[in-house]
Structure formats: C-alpha cells, structure tokens
Design a binder for this molecule. Structure first.
Ligand code: ADP
Ligand code: MG
Length: 694
C-alpha cells in the first residue's frame, strides 16, 4: 500500500499541480487571484482550462462538470464530455476558458423560491477559483457558484463567498486599527465534525421508512440502548474500521484533511473530524465527505445514515462547526496567548462574537432549521433550541474584571489554579461539562454545535460571518477614531459585557432550570423550523444582510420560501410512508398474529385449558390495531388538507401542528404492538437489529 503522503491530494488540481503545469506568469496571476479573493482575468482562463484538461485526461477523466450546491442540500453535477468532433470524422478533447468559467445547467428543476422566472429558467454556474478542481468518477469537477441570470444567489456557495468578503473587509479594518499593518487578507476558518450512523444494507432494505425518509418512523427500544455508553470511544468493529480506512483513503485522494475517526455516543454512531481550513473549502469538503460516506458504505454492504434523528430514544447526529478567523500572516484572532487580558485582538474578537451571538440568536437558530434537525434540538445530548455561549470560568472572570475596571492578573489566576509557574494558555476547560453548550469557546475557536448532520455548513457560516462582520464594523470605527486604542478596547469589552452578558451561560444547558432561566434572561427559544424561519425576513435582518452585500430582500424571501417548502415536502413524504407501512404491513401483521392467537385460544378452550393469556393479547392488539387503522385514515385526511394549502408558511404549520402529532400517535400504538409481537410476525427488522447487528 502506498504511503499516504504519496497519494494525498492526488486527484486535486492544487497549488503544486498548478505551479508545475501553468506558465509561470499565469500561475502567479491565478495565485494572487485566489489569495486576494479577486475575480479571474478571463484572458488567462483558457490557459488554465487547457492545463486542467490535460491533467484530468492523464488521470483517466473523460468528462467535466460544474459542481455546485443548489438549495436542495446536496450537490449537483451536469456532466459534459471533453470531446469535440473534427471535420475529418475524428474527435479532439477540448475544454475552453469559457467552459471553465461559466456553465448553464438546465436548472429549471432546482428550487429558486420564485427568483427565476421560467423564461430565464436556466441560471448559470460560475467558477470559484478559491476552491480547487478535483477528479471524481472520471470527471473533472469544478467547484462553482450557482446564480440566476440577474445574479441572485440560488445556492449555498454564493452567499458564503459574499459573507467571507464581508467579514474580511471589516476584520482588516480591525487588525489595522490594532497595528497589524502587514496584513493583506483575513480568512475565516472552519473544521466541521461530522456525525453519522452506519447500518447493514440488508436490514436497511427491509425498512421503507429508512429508504424513503432516512429515519425510522416506528420502532420500539431494545432492552439495551445507549445507557451503557460502552460504544463511545470503544474498539471499532472490523467492518466499521474497514469502512473508515477506505473513507479516509478516498477523502485523502481528494485533498480532504480527514483527521479523526471514532465512535460516538449511540451504538452504530460515528464521527469524522477534518483538520480545519478556509471556510468555503471546508464547506465543499464537507459535502464531499458526506457523499463519500454514502458511497464507501455501500461498497461495504452498509448504508450511511446522515439524518439528524434516525432512531427515537437514541442520540441524534449533528455537526460541530469549529470557527475562527485568522490573518494571511498566521495570526488567529481567537488565540488567547499567555496574557489574554492584554491581547487586544483576542479581546475585541471575543467581544464581537459575544455581541453578535446575543444580537442575532435568531439567525443562528434559522441557520440550523430543518425538519430533521427539529427532532434533535432539545433532545437527548443535543443542544437545546436556546442559544447561549460557554466561555468557561477563567474567561468569564477575566471579562468581568475588565468590565469592572479591575486589573486581571493572567499569571496569578493560572498559578493559583495549577500551583505552578508554567502558564498554560486558555484551554477548553470543563470540556465535559461544556458539551451541553450550543456555542462554546474551545481553546482558540468557537464551536457551534446545533447544526444538523445532513445540512451544508454554509448557512451557519454565512450567518456567523455576517453578524460578526457587522459588529466588527462598529468596533473598527471606534478603534480607528480612538486616541488611546488600549483603553478603547477595554471600553468595548466593558460595554459588551454590560449589554450582552445574558448570552453567557457556563452551566448545564440541558437542564430544565436553564430553560426557565433563559426565559427570564429574555433569550429566544424557537423550538421548530416554522417558529424560526419567518424571523429571517424582519426589517432588521434584511438591513443587516443588505448592508454587507450578502443577501438582498428578494434572496431572503426566496430562501425562506424554499426552506419552508422543503420542510413541508419532507414531512409529506414521511406521512405517506407511514400510511403505506401501516396499511400494507403493520395492520395485516397484527391481524395475522391475533388470528393465530384466536386459533390457539379456541384450541385451548376445546380441551379445557386456560386461554386467558391468548385472549388478553388478542384484546390488547386488536385495540391497538383499531387505533392504528383509524389514525391512519385521519392522517390521510390531514395530509390532503395540508396539501390543499397554497400558502407555504400555512402549509408548513399544518405539517408541524397536525401531521407530526398524528404520526407520533400512530407510532405509539405501533411500538406497543411491536413490543409484544414475536419477531417472525413483525414486518420489519427491530431497533436491536438495526443498532447492534453491524
Ligand atoms: P475537539 O475534538 O475537542 O472538539 P479539536 O481541537 O480536536 O477539538 O478540534 C475540533 C475541530 O476544530 C477540528 O476540526 C479542528 O481542526 C478544528 N479547529 C481547530 N482550530 C481551529 C481554528 N482555528 N479554526 C477553525 N477550526 C479549528
Ligand atoms: Mg466537538
């Protein structure tokens, strides 16, 4: 087996390849284009396209595609081959700069939320030179943004790139005002930890709910769930270990910095964490990671479940968005260093994040709002739907001291704590306790933990970047005009703590007391997607996004529409699946079992043996079956009524308020039936099989 260092990035048209294959001048122009986030001069696109094509063909590629992320949540591709006919009946392999820079997929079936009138239904894709092209399935994939003809964003990448520009602009002002004069560019960085479940493919194929919805709609808990926690960091099962090994290899070839693979809290649940990188690349890589998780699993007779809540009563899956910002000279804004109380950039950034998160709790909640994630937020282990920040005691004390004008001795505090002269930097202290915080400071970054496992990380980072950019722009103005920068920094910290202290919470975020306390503090608690989404359209939010050129009003309206539409669609499919499962499998199974019990009861009666057990079972199951039968027809009616609704928001509300509730009722009866029925009568593999047979 080849060494990893020999095949890492082998399928990526990365910097080394560009340097080797492009004329020096072209390379330099492209490089500075990428580094400074400028748009590419079209005159050099032809040269780059040709080099890309030659490289791709040598690696066996025959096609190219503009690889983009429409608002469906997955990636889209339209493959074109390189071939072009010649006059003499032969072909040449061609790829022009024009084809590299711009594509026109037939995009009429991608959601646009009304942004793209049908007469201009095509939309176009535009090359993002800051994310490297790569080869996958014999196809040269070119990361692109996807817009309408009038330039409105129809995808995840466009607003993400805009938000990176927005924060860069303001962050540059901040660092310059603080005396970092050599900085040319700042970049937000992200390391997304990705959770997922694996399941045996044969068992998966027997569950229509998993196949159509990605989650189980019924299923009673096995005697053993996750209470033993013996799976967490346990030894990997051979089949899983093999899956992880191959996944790592595939990702490494694509230059994805897959770093840590381990078990998670629930049985059959695992996590992959990459080394952090620039945000738009991290977002692209996370999409690739999810795609390859599914693909590699299938090749091993497994299925990878990315749904946020595949099983009731077991931890769901999320993503942790580790976020920071650093300069092109290598300074991490959130690295505290040895004297955090005197580290101006650190203090300013910390304050900016605290202020931004407090002011824009709604945006963070909106960023993670999906039908799947609604099952998880507030559930077991996962963060509640309330946003708060964990800083740890040391940092909180330090900020309090600064805000009260008390001198904070970094040294003394640390010495007292550890009884030594060695001064450790701020660490992610109380790492166990802070697992309950949705937004935690963990060393040199903030970790937002509310994301759902299936979503793109783009939305979250669009919000984070924009809201921090906005606070930075206010701070920058103050610092630029300050006569004494150091005392202005302290004044900013002071005001931030005075005004936004309520968002800081170092305690147990899962406790009931916190919900009560959070309400007293006036923090938002938005339990579902339909509660959260409409807030994106408030005048304040529209103004924020327009101010920083991230979204315009039309884009915001269309996004809200698409997300709510999607929400309703998902629950619609779930309801239809449940109706089908009940009508065709569960009801007949219960009937069949009860009739065999009736037969047994009858036989016993004939020979004069006690048949009370059979009679009782028949009575209980018949009652459950009757409920299931009548609830199923109620569900059918409710779905029909919701589908008649022409207003997207109203429709989503019907799904949330009525349909999910009826589905939960059906589940209750189905699960109680399952718990007393023999295996050979129950139509589906049990939770026990799904979770432990791998
Ligand atoms: P833990 O596993 O305890 O959550 P780690 O230090 O292993 O913490 O980091 C988790 C993730 O955070 C990794 O993906 C890592 O690359 C990422 N990370 C570390 N530093 C930064 C940073 N400055 N910016 C963004 N992400 C970071
Ligand atoms: Mg983490």
């Amino acid at each position: 087996m080849a060494k990893v260092s020999e095949f890492f990035g082998i399928n990526v048209f990365n910097d080394a390849v560009m340097k080797e294959r492009l004329p020096k001048e072209t390379y330099e122009i492209l490089k500075s284009t990428i580094k400074e986030g400028k748009s590419l001069d079209s005159s050099i696109a032809d040269i780059v396209a040709d080099a890309m094509k030659e490289w791709a063909i040598e690696k066996g590629a025959t096609h190219y595609t503009h690889w983009f992320q429409p608002l469906t949540g997955i990636t889209a591709e339209k493959h074109d081959s390189f071939i072009n006919p010649t006059d003499d009946g032969h072909i040449v392999m061609e790829f022009s700069g024009k084809e590299l820079i711009k594509g026109e997929p037939d995009a009429s079936s991608f959601p646009s939320g009304g942004l793209r009138a049908t007469f201009e239904a095509r939309g176009y894709t535009a090359w993002d030179p800051s994310s490297y092209a790569f080869i996958k399935d014999k196809t040269l994939c070119i990361p692109t943004a996807f817009c309408s003809f009038s330039g409105e964003a129809l995808d995840q990448k466009t607003p993400l790139l805009r938000s990176m520009e927005a924060i860069n602009k303001q962050a540059l002002r901040v660092v310059r005002a603080l005396g970092y004069t050599d900085v040319k560019r700042t970049n937000t960085t992200v390391g997304p930890e990705q959770e997922y479940f694996l399941i045996d493919k044969e068992l998966y194929d027997k569950r229509p709910d998993l196949m159509y919805c990605g989650r189980t709609l019924i299923g009673c808990m096995p005697p053993k769930g996750q209470e033993m926690d013996d799976h967490y960091f346990g030894v990997l099962k051979p089949r899983v270990a093999e899956f992880m090994r191959e996944l790592d290899n595939e990702l490494w070839k694509l230059g994805v910095l897959a770093k840590t693979e381990h078990n998670e809290a629930a049985p059959a649940q695992h996590e992959l964490a990459p080394v952090f990188t620039t945000t738009n690349i991290a977002a692209d890589h996370n999409q690739l990671t999810m795609e390859f998780m599914k693909k590699v699993a299938l090749s091993k007779g497994l299925v990878c479940l990315l749904h946020e809540k595949p099983y009731d009563g077991v931890n769901g899956s999320g993503k942790h968005n580790n976020w920071s910002i650093s300069t092109d000279t290598g300074v991490n804004f959130l690295k505290a260093g040895k004297n955090p109380s005197e580290n101006k950039l650190f203090l300013i950034t910390l304050s900016a994040v605290i202020e931004a998160v407090d002011k824009h709790q709604d945006l963070l909640r909106i960023a993670v709002a999906t039908a799947g994630n609604d099952h998880r937020l507030g559930g077991n282990e996962a963060p509640p739907a309330i946003i708060s920040i964990f800083l740890g005691e040391d940092l909180t004390d330090m900020l309090e001291a600064i805000s009260k004008g008390i001198h904070y001795d970094d040294m003394k505090r640390q010495k007292m704590k550890i009884g030594a002269d060695v001064i450790p930097e701020f660490k992610k202290d109380n790492a166990d306790r802070n697992r309950t915080s949705p937004f935690a400071f963990t060393g040199n970054k903030f970790e937002f933990r509310m994301l759902g496992s299936a979503s793109s990380i783009s939305d979250t980072n669009v919000m984070l970047n924009t809201m921090v950019a906005d606070v930075f722009s206010n701070y920058a103005l103050r610092l630029e005009n300050a006569t004494d920068v150091a005392s202005e920094v302290n004044a900013i910290v002071k005001e931030c703590i005075e005004n936004h202290k309520r968002i800081i919470f170092n305690g147990d975020g899962y406790s009931k007391e916190w919900e009560i306390e959070a309400e007293k503090r006036g923090l938002l608690n938005l339990p579902s997607t339909v509660d959260a989404l409409p807030l994106l359209k408030t005048e304040e939010n529209v103004a924020l996004f327009e101010r920083h050129g991230v979204f315009n009003r039309a884009e915001i309206d269309s996004r809200v529409d698409i997300i709510l539409e999607n929400y309703a669609k998902i629950i619609h499919i779930e309801a239809l699946t449940l109706i089908d499962m009940m009508g065709r499998d569960v009801i007949p199974a219960i009937t069949s079992y009860t009739s065999s019990m009736c037969e047994a009861a009858n036989n016993k009666k004939i020979i004069g043996v006690d048949n009370s057990v059979e009679m009782e079972l028949v009575a209980r199951l018949t009652a459950a079956n009757k409920e299931i039968f009548s609830l199923t027809s109620i569900l059918k009616g409710a779905v029909a009524s919701a589908e008649r609704s022409t207003d997207t928001f109203e429709k989503a509300c019907e799904y949330r308020n009525n349909i999910l509730k009826i589905m939960a009722d059906i589940r209750k009866y189905a699960d109680s039936a399952e718990s007393v029925m023999p295996k050979n009568y129950w139509p589906y593999p049990s939770y026990g099989d799904l979770l432990f047979k791998i």
